[in-house]
Design a protein around this ligand. Sequence first.
Ligand SMILES: [Zn+2]
Length: 166
Amino acid sequence: MTFSSQNNLDIKAKLRDEALRLRDKYDVSSLADLERLAKEEYGVREVVRTPLAYKCPVTIGSRSCASHIFYYSLSREVERSSLAHEIGHVVAGHQTNRKNLSGIEEDEANYFAKELRGISSLRQNLTLFLGGSLAVPLTFVVPFIRISEEIKLKARGISDDIIAMI
Ligand SMILES: [Zn+2]
């Protein structure tokens, strides 16, 4: 179920209800559970933690039908917030592939993430902001591990076309 056709306030109310429903079913402090949630509840085929997604997480697929989510940070806290944010884009039915996401859509994804995680907006936004700083050293590391990471992803059955979008 996605909510993209309604106005922002209605969408937020529904995102909150959905987050509360999910909090009963999953341990939202666990990355493994967040990955499972994306697959079981929204049919995301693969949720992959890979250093190739160090700059920012990415969701691949068409509106309301995401096929892959990639995420990574040196901090587990940042990873929880960014994975919850990406799931928020899927729940809200936003266009994915990182293209043309509006400020309102980013706000909705963050709203869902903070409701799902049970944290304040400030903490959600600050966590993602800090994630940007933590990504800086990876700029120097990731080029050296790119090929071996791509081999790992291919071994999981992820196609070259998808890998090129990370
Ligand atoms: Zn986003």
